[in-house]
Design a protein around this ligand. Structure first.
Ligand SMILES: [Zn+2]
Length: 91
């Protein structure tokens, strides 16, 4: 169901109604002062896929993650290699 927003003409408070298109009220009463609120045009709700959410991320985000990962010891690529010892040293 679409969301409709109404702005109070007196106190400018915003009221939100969620209803069917056919049931959309032309005017509603302000929830704050009870005066007349008129419908305003608002941005529609858009559901994004995960791919478009990632695409919308700040391009600096990758660099921030890389910089943060560099400072952790888990990011060191040779970390596990250093723990290993050759079979020849076992007895
Ligand atoms: Zn009001």
């Amino acid at each position: 169901m679409p969301t409709y927003e109404y702005r109070c003409r007196s106190c400018a408070a915003l009221s939100v109604r969620v209803c069917k298109v056919a049931d959309k009220p032309k005017t509603v009463r302000c929830e704050r002062c009870g005066r007349r609120a008129v419908a305003i045009i608002s941005g529609g709700a858009v559901r994004l896929s995960n791919a478009s959410k990632v695409a919308r991320l700040d391009p600096k985000y990758d660099k921030m993650v890389d910089a943060a990962m560099k400072s952790t010891q888990h990011a060191e690529p040779d970390r596990l290699l250093k723990k290993m010892k050759p079979f020849s040293s076992d007895k």
